[in-house]
Design a protein around this ligand. Structure first.
Ligand SMILES: Nc1ncnc2c1ncn2[C@@H]1O[C@H](COP(=O)(O)OP(=O)(O)OC[C@H]2O[C@@H]([n+]3cccc(C(=O)O)c3)[C@H](O)[C@@H]2O)[C@@H](O)[C@H]1O
Ligand SMILES: Nc1ncnc2c1ncn2[C@@H]1O[C@H](COP(=O)(O)OP(=O)(O)OP(=O)(O)O)[C@@H](O)[C@H]1O
Ligand SMILES: NC(=O)CC[C@H](N)C(=O)O
Length: 540
C-alpha cells in the first residue's frame, strides 16, 4: 500500500562553481522543506555546480569537490529524500546525473541520456551519454528520474513508463527564450497523456552570463492538467501532495507565465541584476544620450538594482541637441538616479589637435564620429575604475548585427542589456515599461533615432527603416534564409544585399562586444559561432 507523499519543488538561483555554497544551500532548504512537512525535495539540473558550469567541469579537483558536497547532502537526507543534479565521474567518463538520497544513502543515480549540443548548449564537450532508465521504488511509489533535454525526446519517458514509473521527476536548467514556457507545458502534458504519468518539472532561476533561467517550475497531472505553477524570475519552494496516483497543490500557484513583453522585460532585468550581483559590483553606470536605447537600459538597470546603485552620465558635444540634454536630465530626475554632465569637447579637440598633422589634407569621415564615441568610452571607464561600478553598454541587436557601433567607444563596457533585442522591440519594451509607470520622457519615445555624431544625423539616413532592417535581419539571423529567399519575400534586393554584407563583415566587431542577455533562440553569443575570417559569398 503506497503512502501519501508531500514533495517540494525547489526553484533556486545557484551560483555556478560555488559547489560548497550550493551544497550548504541545498542542505538548508531541505531542512526548511522538511519543517513544512515535505517527504521529498527536488532540486534542478546540476544544482550542485550551477548550470552551465562549462569548462569548470574539466578542472582536476571537480570530483573531490562534488564528493564533499554530496557527503553533506547525504547527511542531510536522514528524514527527507533529496533529489538533485550533479556531475559524476565513473570509469574515466563524466555524466550529467540526477541522484536520489534518503537515510544517508544514495538510492538511485541516473545519467542524462539526451545531451543538448545545439544553440547555447555544449554538453557533448563534457559528458558521456547514459543509457539506462532509473526508477526508484520508494514508500510504495515508482519515481523516475530524468534530466532536462531527456524530456524533449520520447525515449527516456517511454523507458521510464515501461519500467513501471508512475511519477517522473524531471530536473532542468532550461533558459528562457520568448515562447519557451508554453512549449514546456505542452510538451510535458503530451508525455503525461501518452503514458498516463504525472510529472514534476523543476527548473533553476536566475541569470548566468548571457543566459536567463526563468524558473516557472510546475507539476502536471496524468491527464495533462497543470496542478501547481511556480513564479517566473523568483526563487520559490512549492509543495504538492502525491496520493493514490493523484497530484494536488499544497501551496498557491503563481499566475501562468505568459509569453508577453512583460516576460521579455523581466528577463532583461533578471539578466542585468544577476550579472551585477553575482560579480559583486556595487552598481552600474551608463552614458545617457537622450536616445531610446540608453533610456531603456537605464530603466532596466534601475528596476534591476534600485536607483541608488545606478549613475547616468550625459557627455555632450557640439552635435548634441538641447532636447537630448533636457530629455536625459529629465529621465534621470524621474528615475531618481545620480546624474552628471561632462562635455567631451575639450578632449575631442585635444585629440584632433594632436592628430592634425597626420590628418592634414584628408576628408572628414567616420573617424571623427568614432573619436566622439571613444571620448565617451574613456570617461565612462574612468568613472568605472574610480567607483567600482560597471559600465552597461546600450547597443541593441539591430546595431550589433550591422556593426553600427564604435569599437572601444560605445562598445566599451561590461554587459549589455539589449544585446539580443531588435530596435523595433526596444520601442515596444519602452512603451511597455512606461505603461507600468512613466519613466522615459515621451519625446525620447517619439524622436527618430540618431547617433548625433554628425550634424542633423538620423540612423535611417544610413540604414533602411528599422521595421525593414529588423525584418531582413530576423530572416537572415533567426531563420537562416539566403539573400535570394529574403528578396523573394518582397524586400528590395539592394537593401537585402547591403544588410547581409554588413552582418557578414561585422563578425569581428561582435566578437569583441561585451556579453549581454540572451532572449531569442539565436543570440549573438554562443548561439551563433561564425568564423571571423571567411570567404563565404552571400546569395543562395
Ligand atoms: N575584420 C576585422 N578584424 C579586426 N579588426 C577590424 C576588421 N575590420 C576592421 N577592423 C578594425 O575596426 C575598425 C573599424 O571599426 P570602428 O573603429 O568601430 O569604426 P567603423 O565600424 O568604421 O565605424 C563605426 C560605425 O558605427 C556608427 N556608430 C558609431 C557609434 C554609435 C552608433 C549608434 O548609432 O549607436 C553608430 C558610426 O556612424 C559608423 O558608421 C577599423 O579601423 C579596423 O581597425
Ligand atoms: N551625448 C551623449 N551623452 C552620453 N552618452 C552618450 C551620448 N551620445 C551617445 N552616448 C552613449 O553612446 C551610446 C550610443 O549612442 P548613440 O547616440 O550613438 O546611438 P543609439 O544607439 O541610438 O543610442 P541611444 O538611443 O541611447 O541614443 C548611447 O546609448 C549612450 O550610452
Ligand atoms: N539543460 C538542458 O538540457 C536544456 C535543453 C532543453 N531543451 C531546454 O532548454 O529546455
Amino acid at each position: 500500500m503506497s503512502q501519501s507523499l508531500v514533495m517540494a519543488l525547489a526553484q533556486q538561483n545557484f551560483l555556478v562553481g560555488d559547489i560548497a555554497g550550493n551544497a550548504q544551500r541545498i542542505v538548508e532548504l531541505s531542512r526548511q522543506a522538511q519543517q513544512q512537512g515535505a517527504d521529498l525535495i527536488v532540486f534542478s539540473e546540476l544544482a550542485l555546480t550551477g548550470y552551465p558550469p562549462e569548462d569548470l567541469l574539466l578542472r582536476p579537483s571537480l570530483q573531490t569537490r562534488v564528493e564533499q558536497g554530496l557527503q553533506q547532502i547525504a547527511a542531510a537526507s536522514q528524514d527527507i529524500a533529496i533529489v538533485l543534479g550533479f556531475p559524476w565521474r565513473e570509469n574515466g567518463q563524466l555524466f550529467n546525473c540526477a541522484g536520489f538520497w534518503h537515510g544517508g544513502e544514495c538510492l538511485g543515480r541516473y545519467a542524462k541520456q539526451c545531451l543538448p549540443s545545439y544553440q547555447v548548449f555544449d554538453e557533448h564537450r563534457y559528458f558521456s551519454v547514459g543509457d539506462q532508465p532509473c526508477v526508484i521504488d520508494w514508500r510504495g511509489h515508482k519515481l523516475a528520474l530524468t534530466v532536462c533535454e531527456d524530456i524533449w525526446h520520447k525515449q527516456p519517458v517511454a523507458q521510464a513508463a515501461a519500467a513501471g514509473a508512475d511519477l517522473v521527476l524531471n530536473i532542468n536548467a532550461s533558459p528562457f527564450h520568448q515562447g519557451k514556457h508554453s512549449e514546456r507545458v505542452n510538451l510535458l502534458a503530451s508525455h503525461a497523456r501518452r503514458h498516463n504519468l504525472s510529472l514534476l518539472y523543476v527548473n533553476q532561476v536566475g541569470g548566468q552570463d548571457e543566459l536567463v533561467f526563468d524558473g516557472a517550475s510546475f507539476a502536471i497531472s496524468a491527464t495533462g492538467e497543470p496542478v501547481l505553477q511556480l513564479p517566473a524570475y523568483a526563487e520559490a519552494l512549492g509543495l504538492v501532495r502525491w496520493q493514490q496516483g493523484q497530484l494536488s497543490a499544497l501551496t498557491a500557484s503563481a499566475e501562468a507565465h505568459t509569453d508577453t513583453l512583460g516576460s521579455l522585460y523581466q528577463a532583461l532585468v533578471c539578466g542585468v541584476r544577476d550579472y551585477v550581483e553575482k560579480n559583486r559590483f556595487p552598481g552600474v553606470l551608463l552614458g545617457l544620450s537622450g536616445g531610446i536605447d540608453s533610456a531603456l537600459t537605464l530603466a532596466i538597470a534601475v528596476d534591476a538594482l534600485g536607483a541608488e546603485r545606478v549613475k547616468a552620465v550625459m557627455m555632450p558635444f557640439a552635435y548634441t541637441s538641447d532636447i537630448s540634454k533636457a530629455d536625459a536630465a529629465e529621465q534621470a530626475s524621474i528615475m531618481g538616479v545620480e546624474y552628471s554632465s561632462i562635455s567631451i569637447e575639450p578632449m575631442y579637440n585635444a585629440f584632433m589637435q594632436q592628430l592634425a598633422g597626420e590628418f592634414a589634407g584628408l576628408p572628414v569621415d567616420t573617424t571623427e564620429q568614432n573619436l566622439q564615441a571613444r571620448c565617451r568610452g574613456v570617461l565612462l571607464m574612468a568613472l568605472s575604475n574610480k567607483s567600482g561600478a560597471m559600465v552597461l553598454t546600450t547597443s541593441n541587436k539591430s546595431e550589433s548585427a550591422v556593426g553600427y557601433s564604435t569599437l572601444y567607444g560605445d562598445m566599451a563596457g561590461g554587459y549589455c542589456a539589449l544585446k539580443d533585442v531588435y530596435k523595433t522591440q526596444v520601442f515596444a519594451l519602452a512603451a511597455y515599461r512606461n505603461g507600468l509607470s512613466p519613466v522615459i520622457p515621451q519625446r525620447v519615445m517619439e524622436r527618430p533615432p540618431s547617433a548625433e555624431l554628425a550634424p542633423d544625423q538620423k540612423d535611417e539616413d544610413n540604414l533602411p527603416p528599422y521595421t525593414v532592417l529588423d525584418a531582413i535581419l530576423a530572416r537572415y539571423i533567426e531563420q537562416d534564409l539566403s539573400a535570394d529567399a529574403i528578396i523573394a519575400d518582397g524586400f528590395a534586393a539592394e537593401d537585402v544585399l547591403r544588410v547581409i554584407r554588413l552582418v557578414d563583415i561585422n563578425e569581428y566587431k561582435r566578437r569583441q562586444a561585451p556579453i549581454g542577455v540572451r532572449v531569442s533562440q539565436r543570440g549573438f553569443g554562443r548561439d551563433r559561432r561564425y568564423p571571423v575570417v571567411n570567404g563565404w559569398k552571400a546569395g543562395i
